[in-house]
Structure formats: C-alpha cells, structure tokens
Design a protein around this ligand. Structure first.
Ligand SMILES: O=C(O)[C@H](O)[C@@H](O)[C@H](O)[C@H](O)COP(=O)(O)O
Length: 253
C-alpha cells in the first residue's frame, strides 16, 4: 500500500521480508536509472539493520543485472573504530553486501581509521569529499551547494535518530559542515562521525528503511505529528523521499 505526501511516499508491507524484496527492486531500478542518466551511481549506506534488509540485492537476478562497476559507496555515519572492528559500519557492509558484489575497490570510500579522534576522522572524511567534488566525481546541489548523492539508504532508531544525529545533541543543528562528529553518542559506541542534515537533504533520492514494532512510536511521531521534533522528521530529499515500513513499524499510523 502506498500513500503520497508532497515529495514523500510511504510504502507499507506485511513483513520485513516483503520490505527487503521491495527495497532490492527499488535500489536496482534507481541503479539503472542513474547509470543511464549520468553514467554512475553514488550510494550512501547506514549501519544497523539496513545491510541485512538489502540482502536480496546480492542474489539472482539483481546480482547479475546491476552494473556494479558504476557504483560508488559512502557512509552516512560511521563509528570511530578500526575498519575490521565488530562495531564498524564498513565491516558490517563489507561482510553483508560489498564482499558479495563487484564494486571496484577504488569506488568504496570508508572513513580513514588511522584518524583516532572523531574530530580528525570527520575532518578527513569531509576533505576527501571536497577532493571528489574538485574532481567532478561528486556533484554539488544547485539548491543547497552541498554534495548531491544519488541515493541515501537511511535507518531510524526508536528515539527518532537518523545517521548519528540524535535528539538532545547539537549535531542535528549543524548548518555549515558536510561531516561532523559526536563523542557521546547515546547509541554505542560513543565516538562517531556523521553527515549533517544539509548534506543528507541534498540527496536526489532517500529511502528511509524502518522495520519492527519498537519503531512504531517514532514512525507515528515523525509521520503523523506535524510538530514532531525528532531528527527523523527533518529528513527530506531534493527528489523523492520513500519510506519502506513493515506492518509492525506502521502499526500506530
Ligand atoms: O551506525 C549506526 O548506528 C547507524 O547508521 C544508525 O543511524 C542506524 O541506521 C539506526 O540506528 C537504525 O538502526 P537499526 O536499523 O538497527 O534500527
């Protein structure tokens, strides 16, 4: 079932497995669309359950149909730990997705794990994005002047956080930086870097992928309360924001 609101569409499915199947189809369709239009597909991944929900992409028919050679991968947020640490979003994505498809190694942009402080890791990640803009690998949005990704895949926590932009933390109000940091994330581990809202909201397409009954209250507040103060309510896309919900997450709508 779908309902449209402005440049937002809300898709509700019976089960998490139905969400996973629809998500794979949606990502593959956008991959084809962007590669036809511009010759490349810049994708931003989150941590959490998202990577598992992307599982059908690594299977037939998508594994064979998608032109992985044109993909580039970035991270919406990352924990400041070594890339082979169990808490690393890069490791999560590598184990569950990237190791199973053939995206060129040079198109995968994890954080620099030699930077041991969140400040220096965020500064380094932003600088590397500025270099990609200078090389015309990443375009800038004509509207915001921030880098414009083709597709961001975003999860949400039960407290309404997205990326590592939490309620009651100042990072959600950042207006200038592309990448910022947090030393005291309420969701462990505490040191993280994260894209900021002006960067997130410059994306052409955003998929909010939210499943499970523990998300029902946050989903209700973000989607049904026009005065919601949760970070999830601040997400918008320059093109279309598509919500993928299972029955449990949508149960209070
Ligand atoms: O590094 C992280 O912790 C994530 O990027 C984070 O923002 C995640 O997307 C949400 O917490 C949703 O997580 P779940 O999908 O596990 O609910």
């Amino acid at each position: 079932m779908a309902c449209e609101k402005g440049n937002k569409i809300i898709l509700k499915f019976d089960t998490e497995d139905d969400v996973a199947k629809a998500l794979a189809k949606y990502i593959a369709l956008h991959s084809g669309r962007f590669i036809t239009e511009k010759g490349s597909f810049n994708v931003v991944l989150s941590g959490g359950t998202l990577i598992d929900t992307m599982r059908y992409l690594t299977q037939t028919p998508y594994k064979e149909l998608v032109d992985w050679s044109k993909w580039s991968i970035f991270w919406l947020d990352e924990r400041v730990v070594p890339l082979d640490h169990k808490d690393s979003n890069y490791k999560l994505a590598w184990d569950g997705f990237l190791s199973k498809v053939s995206i060129p190694e040079g198109h995968i942009y994890p954080i620099n794990d030699k930077k041991s402080s969140p400040e220096s890791a965020a500064e380094d990640y932003e600088t590397r994005h500025r270099i990609l803009v200078d090389k015309n690998i990443l375009p800038l949005s004509d509207i915001s002047g921030f880098p414009k990704f083709d597709l961001m895949l975003v999860g949400m926590g039960p407290d309404g956080h997205v990326a590592s932009l939490f309620p009651n933390r100042p990072q959600r109000f950042e207006k200038e930086r592309w990448v910022t940091y947090i030393k005291d994330s309420p969701k462990p581990p505490p040191p993280r870097i994260t894209y900021t809202f002006p960067l997130i909201n410059s994306s052409t397409e955003i998929a909010m992928v939210v499943t499970g009954a523990e998300l029902a209250n946050a989903v209700k507040d973000v989607l049904n309360n026009p005065k919601s103060n949760l970070p999830g309510a601040e997400v918008s896309a320059e093109g279309l924001l598509t919500w993928f919900l299972d029955k449990d997450a949508a149960s209070k709508l």
